[in-house]
Design a protein around this ligand. Structure first.
Ligand code: SF4
Length: 318
């Protein structure tokens, strides 16, 4: 079977990791940037209080804080990563914290172009919400993508409006569909982030969600198991309604993930399958005591043992 995987390597899923090497001829390393953005779910434009699962402090690397210039964060990021990668690498400035298109277009020009002016930066990864892009922003990013690597990554989280409401997301799935289609139509590489295990979502509903994902022109997606993070509204909701929550153990998650991946279209690149939360922030009631690289090895070994692969159960739309 291996030789006939459409992604032309021997792993049992379409791994995003090799993509940049093929595209750019060398490894590209992301450098996290906190450019001081907020998001409409915190400023009151759509909601207040933020998404119930969100605490950005749990994910930001220590070298990136908005009181440092973008150039300085890039320099410090390069120093941080350089000892690990002696081979030739290029860097992508990863506008990661909060919603990185939530500002007037002139500010976006200034911030992105400061990053792109760094001689070792070959492109941008921009994380944002689907309701924080409009045609002007997408046109500008499409123009940048003619000279640089530009990845636009949307937090989609769920395809179900009921779940989006429950987590106080402040936009519906139709907003995601619009943003993904408009960005892809302009030739941008579009990524999507999804959380598996949101309150009220059964395993069968999560598996059915793959149909909605397959229909959208994503270039790549990231999947994360639900985790309970200190300082979030979800902690209170979980204490009130623990029966609504599904926290997977690593073994349960791997078993579920295999079924999920079997239903994804083969040309969809998979960047990540699970998240790691620093122990000081992690209140998840199920122990998840393994590093991501160990998790990934176990997942791939299980794909092998079950003799299955991404797209095995995918059926093209008639
Ligand atoms: S997940 Fe994103 S949109 Fe939601 S509150 Fe956090 S930064 Fe804002």
């Amino acid at each position: 079977m291996e030789n006939s995987y459409p992604w032309r390597h021997l792993r049992r899923f379409n791994a995003f990791t090799d993509f940049f090497k093929q595209l750019h001829g060398k490894r590209l390393q992301k450098l996290s940037i906190d450019a001081g953005f907020s998001c409409p779910n915190r400023t009151g434009k759509t909601r207040t209080g933020g998404c119930t699962f969100c605490n950005n402090r749990a994910f930001n690397p220590s070298y990136c804080t908005p009181d440092k210039s973008i150039t300085r964060q890039i320099e410090e990021g390069i120093q941080f990563h350089r000892w690990r990668y002696r081979r030739s690498v290029g860097y992508l400035a990863y506008f990661q914290a909060y919603s990185n298109t939530y500002a007037p277009i002139d500010s976006l020009h200034k911030l992105y172009e400061e990053a792109l002016a760094h001689p070792e930066v070959v492109g941008l990864v921009i994380g944002t919400r689907p309701d924080c892009v409009d045609e002007t922003i997408l046109d500008y990013l499409a123009e940048l993508s003619r000279s640089y690597v530009i990845l636009l990554e949307f937090g989609i989280e769920s395809v179900y409006d009921q779940s989006l409401e429950r987590i106080n997301r402040g936009h519906d799935f139709a907003a995601s569909q619009w943003a993904v289609r408009e960005a892809a139509a302009r030739g941008l590489m579009v990524g999507g982030h999804f959380i598996l295990g949101l309150p009220g979502e059964s395993e069968s509903a999560m598996l059915e969600a793959t149909q909605f994902i397959n229909e959208l022109p994503f270039h790549h997606i990231k999947l994360h198991q639900l985790q309970l993070i200190k300082g979030t509204a979800m902690v209170k909701d979980y204490r009130k309604h623990p029966q609504d929550y599904r926290f997977f153990s690593p073994d349960e998650y791997i078993r579920f993930l295999i079924q999920f991946v079997e239903r994804l279209r083969p040309d969809l690149q998979l960047e990540r399958f699970a998240s790691e939360v620093p122990p000081a922030f992690n209140l998840t009631p199920v122990s998840w005591d393994l590093r991501y690289d160990v998790f990934l090895k176990r997942f791939e070994a299980e794909l092998e043992r079950c003799d299955t692969w991404q797209g095995r159960l995918w059926k093209p739309q008639a």
